[in-house]
Design a protein around this ligand. Structure first.
Ligand SMILES: NC(=O)c1ccc[n+]([C@@H]2O[C@H](COP(=O)([O-])OP(=O)(O)OC[C@H]3O[C@@H](n4cnc5c(N)ncnc54)[C@H](OP(=O)(O)O)[C@@H]3O)[C@@H](O)[C@H]2O)c1
Length: 253
């Protein structure tokens, strides 16, 4: 029963080409959801879609830059046509580019704000009507926003990244007041350190040293640890909303 608990549901996963997004797509598909995989690297998405299909699942790979409204809207049309109306949206694509603020790395600030905040809101704008439509048919409907422990934590050099994640957490809290009454659940995940490609994009040396140092001294989360709890969250009965999930490595304090 548990294995097929998401049968009949269509899931959209942004940032599905690696890390938490790819693992979540696998977990949702294994439980019976049809999954739409969105990211820019189509080769990665095609590989993941093949894997899911070979395991008996349904997957649609779509090259999408979520910062581009048109690209998102075209993807949404394809998903509705090929898979059906989404009732799960994993709003996960993100980037983390820490550096001392006084170095004025304005391009990095913009990349983080454009993707982690503006694009995340765009994703909700594009798929929100699908979520309410799905809920009207009596099934569970879920918006899962991937925030971070940085939403509440303070770390040197991470001010802009943490601010983008604080925005996502507070956006999620507020959205419950709009979506909850329409039977759409809003859940925010605030993971601690997870071993993914996120850290590979960091260029500031002291931030890199801190992250890769943590990998040596602590057993960090794997993407599958987070994906497992996301799959659990969206497979609860429809009146149960796990709204805020802080998932941390045991030894991270
Ligand atoms: N790793 C951690 O320690 C950690 C902790 C807390 C929260 N998080 C959050 O978890 C989420 C996933 O990150 P991750 O750790 O799994 O890192 P990741 O492996 O680097 O994944 C990031 C994903 O975002 C996609 N992406 C980036 N720019 C995009 C764009 N413009 N359009 C569409 N997709 C885009 C990437 O795919 P393409 O490059 O192919 O587009 C990739 O699939 C992020 O929101 C991150 O802030 C991570």
């Amino acid at each position: 029963m548990f294995e097929r608990s998401l049968a009949g549901r269509v899931a959209v996963v942004t940032g599905a080409s690696s890390g938490i997004g790819a693992a979540t797509a696998r977990f949702l598909a294994a439980r019976g959801a049809k999954v739409a995989l969105l990211a820019r690297r189509l080769d990665r998405l095609d590989g993941l879609a093949k894997e899911i299909i070979a395991d008996g699942g349904t997957a649609l790979a779509l090259a999408v830059d979520v910062t581009d409204q048109r690209s998102l809207e075209e993807a949404a049309s394809q998903i509705r046509m090929q898979l059906g109306v989404p009732s799960i949206v994993i709003n996960n694509a993100g980037v983390m580019l820490p550096s001392p603020l006084l170095e004025q790395r304005t391009e990095d600030w913009s990349r983080m704000i454009d993707l982690n905040v503006t694009a995340a809101v765009r994703v909700i704008g594009v798929f929100g009507p699908d979520l309410t439509k799905a809920a009207q048919t009596g099934i569970a409907s879920d918006l899962v926003n991937i925030s971070s422990s940085g939403a509440t934590g303070v770390f040197p050099n991470f001010a802009v990244y943490c601010a983008t994640k604080a925005a996502i957490s507070h956006l999620s809290r507020n959205l419950r007041t709009e979506f909850g009454p329409q039977n759409v659940r809003v859940s925010m995940f605030e993971p601690g350190l997870v071993v993914t490609e996120l850290a590979d994009h960091v260029t500031d040396q002291s931030s890199k040293d801190w992250i890769f140092g943590a990998r040596k001294t602590m057993e960090l989360l794997q993407s599958e640890d987070v994906a497992d709890v996301i799959a659990f969250t969206v497979s609860r009965p429809r009146h149960v909303n796990l709204q805020q999930i802080a998932i941390w490595p045991t030894t991270q304090v």
